[in-house]
Design a protein around this ligand. Sequence first.
Ligand code: NDP
Length: 240
Amino acid sequence: MARTALVTGGSRGIGAAISKALKEAGYQVAATYAGNDEKAKAFTDETGIKTYKWNVADYDESKAGIEQVESDLGPIDIVVANAGITRDAPFHKMKPEQWKEVVDTNLTGVFNTVHPVWPGMRERGFGRIIVISSINGQKGQFAQVNYAATKAGDLGIVKSLAQEGASKGITANAICPGYIATEMVMAVPEKVREAIIGQIPTGRLGEPEEIARCVTFLASDDSQFINGSTISANGGQFFV
Ligand code: NDP
């Protein structure tokens, strides 16, 4: 039977490309979203991939949602923790709510997504945890103290899970995308976008599908010896 993959924030942007690529690779896919019902419905109509609505920042909602996915599709073998938000402001203007919302979604949301599936993966002796971090978690970014802190924290989660899961056939890896042509980036004024592109040696934004192909590889049996790694996919913009 085909393995089952859960992609949080899998209904649009990078997550949608990941969901589609995993489906094409033969996995059963469940894609989650937070509240944009219209986009989620259009995504299901286009792809046939089932969507589930819950807030990754809420542990009980995540656990219940994951139980529903497992009852519909079977045990989850692959988790792609992709859901993420920005609430940018220079530090002196950053409100505690902006800090909290981003931490709850981008950092605690990863805990809430992985923790409920972890015991089953340990029992079955197989699992793939793939966390979508960010270039800005590696290098920091003006007006993103909150976001950069969570994305750096995600790398700590992955490196620790890699050590705990290795003997049980579970790997945990992170992908740090650079600037990717999603709605979020395409919505910034053209002048700003051109300035961003000027900082990318490859001379263009990344495509969501380029991140999706990294995920498909990490999800596969071929990636078993890659554990605790961070794949930078940023067109040469930043090296660790
Ligand atoms: P989008 O804003 O296009 O999509 C975000 C997705 O996450 C949506 O499906 C959204 O649901 C969902 N989501 C947001 N908050 C929650 C929540 N609390 N609970 C459940 N689902 C939630 O994001 P991108 O595709 O641009 O980014 C995807 C990931 O990649 C993020 O983690 C981001 O930080 C990271 N990233 C993106 C880069 C880029 O250039 N775009 C660069 C580096 C990293 P809904 O549709 O209902 O709102």
